[in-house]
Structures are given as structure tokens and as C-alpha cells.
Design a protein around this ligand. Structure first.
Ligand code: UT7
Length: 328
């Protein structure tokens, strides 16, 4: 028995918000955003387009690529920090909208590392039980709803989007996921978080007046922790599979900031041409970013059978993750 990624899909909303547009909203400049982050523009979902709607469009594209019908799907997970509602899960909304009547549905909360955490869940549920054969992993975010559009430190960084990976058990013994390294450090819960709206600080007039329903981040500290955590996690995932960084066809990092991507690549001694970058077009789409990159790469003919691809992510929690794939 093997496990393969049989379909990938992604969706980014139509509306483009450029750095020039942001210049009219906060005290910033295209020059500052471009040089500090590499971001030129990001996508913003429509008011009536929810996280589950973005997820559905990505999922439908993945199902279409794989030739898998909704009824065949056994499990759906959605990784997100911008769920449609606190509960029920966004995965249940997706289930209803795509008509996946036979699926078990739940959300995965690991911030920007959510897609890779979900892949580990999928890999183990598929391997561990004969009940599950087809698994739809989704990362979807409508970050524009939790970004403080008055805070120049954060609002220039994020965008909306979704991606979906469809995994299937196969009869051969080809393993698509060669190794996974996951990590978390709860000592840093306060450097990247959304303070209010949970049980620790329920919504009140005060929380609204103090703008506590928006994402807060200590950017500089997160930057350093992100580089160190991703590099160390990549080394562990490579070592577990006995693969060297020089054997990789691609490094696909979570698209947070071009400077973070470059620092990680340099420390792994990966040539920049083998590091996939699209943060310029979408900004940071959190749990969706790696899947959007993989979808672009696959449909753009950049991934070939046998390629070794290392995915790595970092996000709130703190959480980090690396997944080594052999494309098959
Ligand atoms: O998804 C994972 C989580 N997120 C991340 O990975 C993001 C990690 N952090 C970063 O990407 C970077 O730290 C930022 C892009 C957030 C900031 O870049 P930086 O080079 O670390 O800048 P900084 O925080 O050191 O700030 C430099 C200056 C500050 O001014 P002062 O205090 O030096 O006078 C900021 O107030 O830049 C100022 N600044 C801005 N100026 C113009 C901050 N945001 C802006 C802005 N436009 N949008």
C-alpha cells in the first residue's frame, strides 16, 4: 500500500490590492513593502466570499485534477485561523458545499503550519486504518477579516486564498511523503496571536474599542525565530529520510517574507533558483500558501516524477513543520 497526492487545486480571489493602494490607507510605501518583504500585491476576498467558499473552489480544482467525486472522499480537514465561525468546523461547511456526504470533517489549527500538520494527520490516518482511503487536505484563509487595516506593521503582509491537496491510498508501495518533522513552542503564544473573541477574552465593547479582534505580531522577533525553526526542521526532515539538501529539486517554504525565504535557503545552501517564490503576488496567505505554490508549480510544469521537494512552514503557536515529498 502506498499514498499519493493525486490532485492539487488552489484559488485566490479576484480583487487585487497593490502596495500603491496601501499607500492610500496607511503611512507606508511601495518601496518599503517591496524591499522589506518582497510583496507587491495580495488578493482580497469579496464580502460575501467566506473562507469555506475559497476552500471549496480550491477543493473542486483538486478533485477535477484527480478525477475523484465528492462521495469518494473519506476525510476533509481545513487548516485555517480565519474559520467561517468559531464552530462548527469550516470542514463541515466545505462538506455540505461540495456534497461530500461520506466524509468525516474537522479543522486543524496550527496557523501557518496548518497544511503540513494536516498532511501528517492525513498520512497517518490513511496508513493506520482501512476505513480511510481518500483524504482532502485544505488550507484556506480570509485573513483580510482579522488584519487591522490601520496597523502598517501587519496590514501590508497578508492576503486571502486557499489550496487543497487530495491524497489517496494506492495499491503499489510508492510513498509520496518520505518524512515529516513537526514542532511547537507554547512559550511564544503572545508574539503572533489574535487576543479577543475566545473564551479567555470574550467579545465586549471594550475589546472592540481596543481593536483586540485583530491579529497582533512582534514582527522582528518572529522573523528570527522563523528562520531558525525552519532551518532546523528542514535538517531533521532531510536526515530522517537520509536525503541531502543538494538532492532537492525544490524547496517550497511558507510564503511569509522574501527575506525569510532567502535566509532559509542560504542556511540550507539551496540555490535561489530551486526555491519557489510567489509571495510577491499573494503576500502571506498563512495555511494556504504552500498549497498555492505547489498548485502553481504543478500546473506550470515545474514538478516532475521523482522530484524531491521539501516543504517548510512556520507560524503562530509557535508551530513549525517540514515535509519531504518524492513526487510520484
Ligand atoms: O507567517 C509567519 C508569521 N509572520 C512572519 O513570518 C513575519 C515575520 N516578520 C517580518 O516579516 C518582518 O519582521 C516585518 C516585515 C514584519 C518587518 O520588517 P523588519 O525589517 O523586521 O522591520 P522592523 O520591524 O525592524 O521595522 C523597521 C521600521 C520601524 O520603524 P522604526 O521603529 O525603525 O522607526 C517600523 O515602524 O519600519 C517601520 N515600519 C514600516 N514603515 C513603512 C513597519 N511597517 C512599515 C510599513 N511601512 N508598512
Amino acid at each position: 500500500m502506498g499514498i499519493r497526492i493525486v490532485g492539487i487545486g488552489s484559488y485566490t480571489p479576484e480583487r487585487v490590492l497593490t502596495n500603491k493602494d496601501l499607500e492610500k490607507m496607511v503611512d507606508t510605501s511601495d518601496e518599503w513593502i517591496s524591499t522589506r518583504t518582497g510583496i507587491k500585491e495580495r488578493r482580497i476576498a469579496a464580502d460575501n466570499e467566506f473562507t469555506s467558499d475559497l476552500a471549496v473552489k480550491a477543493a473542486q480544482r483538486a478533485m477535477e485534477m484527480a478525477g475523484v467525486s465528492p462521495e469518494e472522499i473519506d476525510v476533509i480537514t481545513v487548516a485555517s485561523i480565519t474559520n467561517d465561525r468559531v464552530f462548527p468546523s469550516t470542514a463541515c461547511f466545505v462538506q455540505k458545499k461540495i456534497g461530500a456526504a461520506n466524509a468525516v470533517c474537522f479543522d486543524v489549527q496550527a496557523a501557518c503550519s496548518g497544511l503540513l500538520y494536516s498532511l501528517e494527520v492525513a498520512n497517518n490516518m490513511l496508513k493506520g486504518s482501512s476505513k480511510y482511503k481518500t483524504f482532502l487536505v485544505i488550507g484556506a484563509e480570509k485573513l483580510s477579516t482579522i488584519v487591522d487595516w490601520q496597523d502598517r506593521n501587519t496590514c501590508v503582509l497578508f492576503g486571502d486564498g486557499a489550496s487543497a491537496l487530495l491524497l489517496k491510498k494506492t495499491d503499489d508501495d510508492k510513498e509520496c511523503i518520505l518524512s515529516t518533522n513537526l514542532g511547537s513552542d507554547g512559550n511564544y503564544t503572545d508574539i503572533l496571536h489574535l487576543p479577543a473573541g475566545g473564551s479567555a477574552m470574550p467579545a465586549s465593547h471594550e475589546t472592540i474599542d481596543q481593536r483586540l479582534h485583530y491579529l497582533k505580531m512582534g514582527g522582528r522577533e518572529v522573523f528570527k525565530l522563523a528562520v531558525n525553526a525552519m532551518v532546523s526542521s528542514c535538517h531533521k526532515a532531510l536526515a530522517e529520510a537520509n536525503v541531502k539538501a543538494s538532492d532537492l529539486a525544490w524547496l517550497v517554504p511558507h510564503q511569509a517574507n522574501l527575506r525569510i525565504l532567502q535566509a532559509v535557503a542560504e542556511r540550507l545552501e539551496m540555490p535561489v533558483d530551486n526555491v519557489y517564490v510567489n509571495v510577491n503576488k499573494y503576500g502571506n496567505t498563512s495555511a494556504a500558501s504552500i498549497g498555492i505554490a505547489l498548485d502553481e508549480m504543478l500546473r506550470g510544469g515545474k514538478i516532475h516524477k521523482g522530484d524531491l521537494i521539501l516543504l517548510t512552514a512556520f507560524g503562530g503557536g509557535l508551530t513549525w513543520a517540514s515535509t519531504l515529498l518524492r513526487w510520484c
